[in-house]
Design a protein around this ligand. Structure first.
Ligand code: NAP
Ligand code: MG
Length: 482
């Protein structure tokens, strides 16, 4: 079984505790895919110290040089893309095609921010005084802490660390304990690309210890967190008390509205892909289909057919839907399926653990469709984080939008319609950080901002694209009278 180390001050090291934890393949938990340091507060503090010590020199390194290191790391990761995608499927469980897409995304993000390095600097404006140059200069924040979830274990760490590094910050990254391997792979590529010691540090271990130490530390200037709303709120409160800049991207309860003008087949495909892709373990997964009564029955039939068409099995064997990442996530989904039945929703398909030999030991569940869902039900309000979608009937566009917004979350939302004014109206009316027309709620482009509204985010800064640069920088306004 491969043993992994922390990456601290350019060295690969154990935890001072000497303790480790195992990561297992969720399609076959008898397979241990890696052993990781169970790091302590002291390990985390050592990483922070290394990051602080490296910061000044890294910030003074010309931005194009910083970009060049990212570009070399991107190319190393690209060379190892296939093996990395396999590792991702093995530790997290998602279908191999999805894992390959995610690795390609991480490569793309590194290349994108490598080029962004050439645009960093600031702006010059004309001054109201003569002989005065008025300029804004962009500067790094200092040392930043990144805390990431298991469900996009390579894309999310990369979309945080790439803009943080290229702008001259040093980083301590704490990846999710369920799936830390591929974040290691990115650190390894950056190390091999010549990243100076201490500029990036990666520490594995419990969030309550490693994450908490990062969040509390006086030497960490900002925290960027992605994960659940419960943990995010705690991280946000702690970081705020410490006076840090903090970014929280959290859960979702994402709707797709289907209007009568929609092609029902296409709409069902869109909802099925959004709900069941990544085993429904996406923050942007479609969990509510809000469907006009004129096409409701036909839509439910098509969605059930689409769900039943998906093959379930180990990611590495080419199946469409992999397992949940862990037993507790599987239990969580099965509990919600019971809740839905008890609340009186109609279980149209799925709802059980599949029973073929290949499902025996993994955390599999069938793609599940509930119909006759009411907006007040818990299955229509709470994030399930599994392949479960509820279909809610409505009789008008206004009712559809009202229900789309009837949630504490506001991450992603979509509408399927052929009616242009309805589509445009939806973009205006819906409360979500990502809005899509005739597309699934999942799937993001890497060069445009991403983030939620309401309880999905603390709405300070967006991630990705230029917004990624904004979060990790501050500015000086300079009045230079010559
Ligand atoms: P999670 O349980 O909230 O964990 C996220 C990260 O926080 C992990 O690295 C975790 O460490 C760490 N952590 C736990 N307790 C902590 C503490 N007290 N202080 C500091 N850090 C702590 O989330 P998850 O289960 O990994 O991921 C699923 C959730 O992420 C879902 O709710 C999903 O919607 C959300 N998500 C949101 C987005 C978005 O962009 N909005 C994207 C993807 C996922 P351990 O792993 O060691 O517990
Ligand atoms: Mg969790």
């Amino acid at each position: 079984m491969p043993a992994f180390d922390n990456y601290c001050n350019g060295q690969w090291t154990d935890s001072e505790s000497g303790e480790t934890f195992e990561v297992r393949n969720p399609a076959d938990p008898t397979e241990v895919v890696g052993e990781f340091p169970k790091s302590t507060a002291a390990d985390t503090e050592a990483a922070i110290e290394a990051a602080v010590a490296a910061q000044e020199e890294w910030a003074e390194t010309p931005a194009p040089e910083r970009g060049a290191i990212l570009r070399r790391a991107a190319s190393r990761l690209e060379e190892q893309a296939e093996a990395t995608a396999e590792m991702l499927s093995r530790e997290e469980g998602k279908a191999l095609a999805e894992a390959s897409g995610e690795v390609a995304r991480a490569v793309g993000i590194l290349y994108y921010y490598a080029e962004k390095a050439l645009d960093l600097g600031g702006t010059i404006k004309s001054s109201s005084s003569t002989d005065t140059r008025l300029e804004t200069r962009v500067e790094p924040l200092g040392t930043v802490g990144l805390i990431t979830p298991w469900n996009y274990p390579i894309a999310i760490p990369t979309w945080k660390l790439a803009p943080a590094l290229v702008t001259g910050n040093t980083v301590v990254l704490k990846p999710a304990s369920q799936a830390p391997i591929v974040a290691h792979q990115v650190a390894k590529c950056l190390d091999e690309a010549g990243l100076p010691d201490g500029v990036l540090n990666l520490i594995t271990g419990p969030g309550s210890e490693v994450g908490q130490t990062l969040t509390m530390s006086d030497d960490v200037d900002a925290i960027s967190f992605t994960g659940s709303t419960v943990v995010g709120q705690h991280v946000g409160e702690t970081a705020a008390v410490e006076g840090k800049r903090v970014q929280l991207e959290m859960g979702g309860k994402n709707p797709t509205v289907v209007m009568p003008s929609a092609d029902v087949d296409t709409a069902a495909e869109i909802v099925s892909a959004g709900a069941f892709g990544g085993t429904g373990q996406a923050c942007t997964a479609t969990s509510r289909a809000i469907v006009h009564e004129d096409i409701y029955d036909e839509f439910v039939n098509e969605l059930v057919a689409a769900a039943e068409d998906l093959s379930i099995g180990p990611a590495l064997d080419g199946y469409d839907v992999g397992p949940h990442v862990s037993e507790s996530e599987l239990e969580g989904t099965l509990d919600y399926i019971e809740v839905g039945e008890a609340e009186g929703a109609t279980l149209e398909t799925g709802g059980s653990v599949p029973t073929e030999a290949r499902h025996e030991s993994g955390y599999f569940v069938e793609p599940t469709v509930f119909s006759d869902v009411d907006t007040d039900m818990r299955i229509a309000q709470e994030e399930i984080f599994g392949p479960v979608v509820g279909v809610i009937p409505v009789s008008s566009y206004d009712e559809a939008v009202e229900l789309a917004n009837d949630t504490r979350y506001g991450l992603s939302a979509s509408i399927v319609t052929e009616n242009l004014s309805e589509a445009q109206q939806f973009v205006d009316d819906v409360e979500a950080g990502v809005v899509k027309v005739n597309e699934k709620t999942t799937g993001l482009e890497l060069h445009v901002p991403f983030g939620g509204m309401k309880a999905s985010s603390n709405e300070t800064y967006r991630e990705q694209g230029d917004a990624g640069i904004d979060f990790f920088t501050t500015s000086k306004t300079v009045y230079l009278n010559y």
